[in-house]
Structures are given as C-alpha cells and as structure tokens.
Design a protein around this ligand. Structure first.
Ligand code: PLP
Length: 413
C-alpha cells in the first residue's frame, strides 16, 4: 500500500503548511451510498454519528445525501442544525446529558432522545412537563453482549456505563407509556466500535427485538429500531464486514415487526477517507532506537496514544532501505507516538510523512495541549470534469483565537 499520490502533498504543504487533515469526500459519499443501499429492502435512515468527525463541510456533504445525525451534545445538535438539517433528522444520545441540553433538544423538536438511565428519564419528564410537551424517547438497552473489540470502545456489557439492562428498560417503557409527558417511539443499542466481526450486533439485535415484541404485546408500539454504529474498517488490511450480511442479520431479527431501522455509523463512513499530513522535523538516534519526530503530535491524533491504535504511515517521496523506527510528536509525554518499531525509509527535515486512515476520531478528538493550535482541514473531491479539487474546510487555528477567552478574562482584571 502506498500513499495516494493523485494529488501533490508537497504543493498542499506549501500552500497550507503542515500538519493538516485531508478528507476524500468522494470516498465518504461512496461508503454512505453503499451502506444505504444495503438496507434499502426496509424502511431505514442513516444518522451519521458526528462524534467521529464533525467538520461542518463534511456534515453538509452528508446532509445533501439525505443523512440524519446522531449527536452526543447539544453542541453537536447545533452543528446539525447549522448545516440545515431538519430537526426530525436529528437524534440525541449520550450517557450524561444535562438538564439544559435536554431542554434545548426538546425546544428544537428533534426526532427523539436516547435515554441512558432511569434518572435521566425522570429529569426529561420534568423538563417536558415544564414546557408542556410530550418528549419523544428511545431507550438505550445494554444487551450484555461482548463486542470483542478494544475495551475502551466496548460499550455493550453490564460492566460498561452505557444503557440500561432489559428488566429496567421494560420498567422504563411501562412508565413512559403512562406518562403525560413522555412518548416512547424507539429502542436503541450500540455495543461498541470497530467491530470487524458483526455477529455480536446480530446477537444483540435478536435480544432487543424480543423486547420490542414483548412491548408490542403490552400495546407499546415502537417506530424506530436504532442499531447504533460500530462497523469496523480496515486499518491493517483486515477485511471489512459485508454490508449485505450486516443488513440481512438485522432484518432477520425483525420479522413480523414494522419498524424503521435507524443506523448510527461514524467510523465506517469517514475513517478511511482521512489522512493526517505532517512534515518530518528531525531524525534522532538513541543507543536503542531510531525516532522520526514530526510536526504533528498526539494532540492532533490521539488514537495511537489512547488505544495503541494502528495507523499506516508512509513517507511518500522517500526511497531506499527501510529500518525500524518510532514515529513521534514533539509533546512532553512518552505516550506521544504514532507508531512504534515501524519500518520506514530514512528521512530528513521537511520530508512529508502521511498518517493514513485518520478520518474518524482524529480531528474531533484533537486538543490544544501544549498550546498547539488546531490544524487546518482540507477536502478533496472530483468536479464535474473529473478534475481533483481541493478545498479548505477549516482554517488553521491562530494563537490569538486559541488564547482569546483567557485574554478577555485577564484584561477584565
Ligand atoms: C451511541 C453511539 N452511536 C454511534 C457511535 C458511532 O460508532 P462508530 O464510529 O463505531 O460507528 C457511537 C460511538 O461511540 C456511539 O456511542
């Protein structure tokens, strides 16, 4: 595998500086349409989980393709609205929504709120009562199914903080059904991220569908069967899940039920479409290691530090023999690395180094640690004449905007 040289990294680096993220919008579109097609046999709606990458231009692209959005903060709800999304294409999930966030979500009249605890249900009911409206809800069930993925991104076991167990969910539905201010419209599960084997999703789907049937027998008719996200992508040449098998497994568990399937893919749509492009600052040899130090660091892409995640790395213009090295950033943490003992060519100051498959949980997890400004983001797409176009979709953050909120307080004295 080699970096995509259909466009010129050097020219982009010259124009925009490094580091920068670049996303292939055509690939995102292709993956969205492929997933949508796999579910076309049934009423379904994709709600892109924007936590994976919430750049407004990227959201706008997906909105134009008829995507809805799964949001995990009121800020994300506002992002969806900002790009013109209709409120009925927005759902609000997350284990710790504040009362204010719940109030605002109700005022925006979004499709439904995914509840994650009994306590949250009572808070929402109270908020809805004050507004004198009925809140449309879905309950996130924790099916206690092992997603067999990294522990930090596994969410469907009883030891995880997410969702509620079946017994409690049943009790909550009965309560909500009787409440003047709650209207149960959906059921939700999301057992983890980066699932390459999707059988745990089917297992969960079967268990959750059983609860839907029980509720139906009690005259609680749900409309949405929200299967979360979690589809894995190839980071190291693994094969990605077959989308038809994924859809068939879910559809199979729903026989006899008339439900709209809600999907919340994040990583699947954007991970492979993004690259973090950096420049080599220095090479450094210690008695036991060779290091390539880049101008990107863990504050720009946290996944290797956080999960020991693998990202393919290339020096697209370098040739010659490869030898093991650690690729690291310049932050004062030994955990600041992109790869360990990776085989790469010799490099020198100014060489381009590309970290691939960084479109999901890359920029969206980035921070200003070490007072490093957020990097700029670019989109790449083919125009009507099949010519590759590059568009700046987020400016590089300036030092002035980085310190602005502190400076105002400092000046106020
Ligand atoms: C509730 C929920 N939905 C969807 C997603 C998106 O997951 P993925 O990026 O694996 O598709 C997540 C990720 O954590 C989530 O928590």
């Amino acid at each position: 595998m080699s970096a995509d040289l259909k466009f010129d990294y050097k020219a982009l680096a010259k124009e925009f500086g490094t580091p920068f993220y670049i996303y292939d919008f055509d690939m995102i579109k292709e993956r969205f349409l492929r997933l949508k097609t796999a579910f076309k046999a049934r009423k379904s709606q994709i709600f892109y989980a924007m936590k994976a990458n919430s750049n407004l231009s990227l959201l706008s692209l997906l909105k134009e393709l008829d995507s809805g959005f799964d949001c995990v903060s009121i800020g994300e709800v506002k992002r969806a609205l900002q790009v013109g999304t209709k409120p009925y294409k927005i759902i609000f999930s997350g284990v710790g929504k504040s009362e204010l966030e719940l109030k605002q979500a109700l005022e925006y009249d979004i499709l439904y709120i995914n509840l994650e605890s009994e306590a949250e249900m009572y808070v929402l009911e109270n908020v809805a009562k004050k507004l004198d409206i009925k809140a449309r809800i879905s309950i996130r069930v924790n099916p206690n199914v092992d997603a067999k993925t990294h522990p930090y991104i596994s969410t469907g076991l009883n030891v995880n903080k997410f969702g509620v167990a079946f017994d409690l969910a049943r009790k909550m539905y009965l309560y909500a059904h009787k409440s003047e201010f709650l209207e149960p419209v959906g059921i939700h599960f999301h057992i983890g991220s980066q699932l390459l084997d999707i059988s745990p999703i089917h297992e969960a789907s079967t268990l959750v569908a059983k609860l839907v049937r029980e509720l139906k027998a009690l005259n609680i008719e749900l409309k949405f069967f929200d299967i979360g996200g979690g589809l894995g992508v190839s980071y190291e040449g693994e094969s990605e899940p077959d989308l038809y098998a994924y859809a068939q497994g879910v559809l199979g568990s729903l026989s006899g039920l008339d439900l709209t399937i809600a999907l919340e893919p994040g990583r699947f749509l954007v991970a492979r479409a993004g690259e973090l492009v950096s420049s080599v600052l220095y090479e450094k040899i210690t008695p036991s290691k060779r290091f390539i130090i880049t101008d990107a660091a863990m504050n720009d892409l946290l996944r290797p530090s956080l999960y020991n995640a693998y990202h393919e790395i290339v020096l697209p213009y370098n040739e010659g023999e490869k030898s093991p090295c650690d690729v690291v950033g310049g932050i004062c943490e030994s955990g600041d690395f992109f790869a360990k003992d990776r085989l790469l060519e010799q490099s020198k100051n100014g060489d381009i180094l590309v970290i691939k498959n960084a479109g999901a949980y890359g920029f969206s997890m980035s921070s200003n640690y070490n007072t490093r400004p957020k990097v700029c983001e670019l989109a790449k797409f083919k125009d009507k004449n099949d010519k590759t176009q590059i568009k700046l979709i987020r400016k590089r953050q300036s030092f002035e905007t980085l310190v602005q909120d502190e400076l105002e307080c400092l000046k106020e004295g």
